[in-house]
Design a protein around this ligand. Structure first.
Ligand code: LLP
Length: 385
């Protein structure tokens, strides 16, 4: 863990801040791109996980495309220098001006999430004098066995089009002049650690591909989304996620007749390279004996524990004490749920100590807010320390 090696150097930066291990990010990118190349898989980076410019620069260097969830994310990717021909754009609620922008930029595909959206894309593309490639985002009704808050593929989810509805309107979709169905898209959820779930996904995709083919739909790519989870419990044991396993599962189970297969990884690429570094402000003990450590970060820098009950491993990187105690780590925000973790065993921890909240590179900074008028946290990169 980088922060432990350079703890004293970190004292010159005002906390809280994100610390990014650029070597680890490079190793992760090296791993995902080299294993994907074996199978000819196309990788898009889900920019919602982290849109830090330095991180984007590296991701671009490794040749990934981008998966976006808003017009501003498409703009951010294009301004960062990504080629529009490698950009996909999903989202249940795309505004007209966002659709128009994506069409004007000539992105690879808009992944459509309702029949009404397909109609709107067709009409906006017509007014631009263009034919827009779309992916049909199908709701596969699969339980991704993850935290309910980040599950997107079950039948009643707001994401994707129900397959029955899609099939019932297929002739209408085929008749539209300003869209071209370029592929199908599925994304079942995030932080998937039970990899056999990807086998169910393959079985579902295989039957959809075969059935749509039999119904005379001519399409190219199959985008199976992202979702590969990371080890939040013991990040040091698995700094680079196991891309080889997931690709091998997909390769053995997916039967899509040689069509290009796309992935959209966010967390797996950036989670482990980021840590949130925070200083201890105060200690106090509640009436029931709970030992609180109040740190200068809060849910405004990292909302995952407060929003999803998500676990992040926390360590004290400066205490030299041999004695340990169990603490509740609380943030500064004026919210009772602003607790990073309960019952954390740390060496004796006191004012001025630095703590690291690990695996915070994904959905950390990108979900930061200015609640309580907090400043947005800065970023410190290992290659410019
Ligand atoms: N593709 C689509 C269509 C998505 O909706 C997402 C994530 C991804 C790809 C990337 O998923 P990943 O590989 O990162 O699992 N804020 C939550 C996660 C929300 C994920 C939203 N969609 C969290 O902090 O856990």
């Amino acid at each position: 863990m980088l922060s432990r090696q350079i703890a004293e150097t970190l004292r010159k930066h005002r906390t809280p801040f994100y610390l990014y291990d650029i070597d680890l990010l490079r190793q992760t990118l090296e791993s995902v791109t080299s294993v994907a190349a074996r199978y000819g898989y196309v990788i898009h980076y889900a920019i919602k996980a982290n849109f830090d410019p330095h991180i984007l620069e590296l991701i671009k260097e490794y040749g990934l495309g981008v998966d976006c969830a808003s017009g501003n994310e498409v703009r951010c990717a294009i301004e960062a220098g990504f080629d529009p021909s490698g950009i996909v754009y999903a989202g249940v609620g795309k505004r007209d001006h966002e659709i128009r922008y994506a069409i004007e930029q000539g992105i690879f595909a808009i992944n459509a999430e309702s029949l009404q959206e397909i109609e709107v894309i067709d009409s906006i593309a017509s007014s631009c004098g263009k034919v827009q490639s779309i992916g049909l985002r199908v709701n596969p009704d699969i339980d991704p066995k993850t935290n309910k808050c980040i599950d997107t593929g079950q039948a009643d989810s707001k994401f994707g089009i129900s397959y029955e509805e899609l099939v019932s309107r297929l002739e209408w979709i085929k008749s539209l002049k300003n869209i071209k169905v370029a592929g199908i898209h599925l994304h079942i959820g995030s932080q998937i650690r039970e990899l056999h779930v990807f086998e169910y996904l393959c079985a579902k995709v295989n039957s959809i591909v075969e059935h749509l083919g039999a119904l005379g739909l001519d399409f190219g790519f199959v985008d199976v989304g992202g979702g590969l989870g990371v080890n939040y419990d013991l990040p040091e044991n698995e700094p680079v996620p196991n891309f080889a396993s997931v690709f091998s599962i997909i390769n053995s189970h997916l039967k899509v007749g040689g069509r290009p297969v796309h992935f959209e990884f966010g967390r797996a690429i950036v989670a482990q390279c980021g840590e949130l570094i925070t200083s201890v402000l105060f200690n106090k003990t509640t009436a029931s004996g709970r030992k609180l450590v109040i740190v200068d970060a809060s849910m405004t820098e990292l909302i995952r524990p407060a929003l999803y009950g998500a676990y992040h491993n926390i360590e004290n990187i400066t205490s030299r004490s041999a004695e340990h105690a169990r603490y509740t780590i609380a943030g500064t925000a004026c919210e009772s749920t602003d607790i990073f973790d309960e019952g954390v065993t740390l060496p004796l921890t006191s004012r001025g100590d630095l703590l690291t909240i690990k695996s915070a590179g994904a959905y950390g900074m990108s979900m930061a807010s200015r609640y309580n008028l907090h400043d947005l946290p800065a970023a410190v990169y290992s290659d410019s320390l």
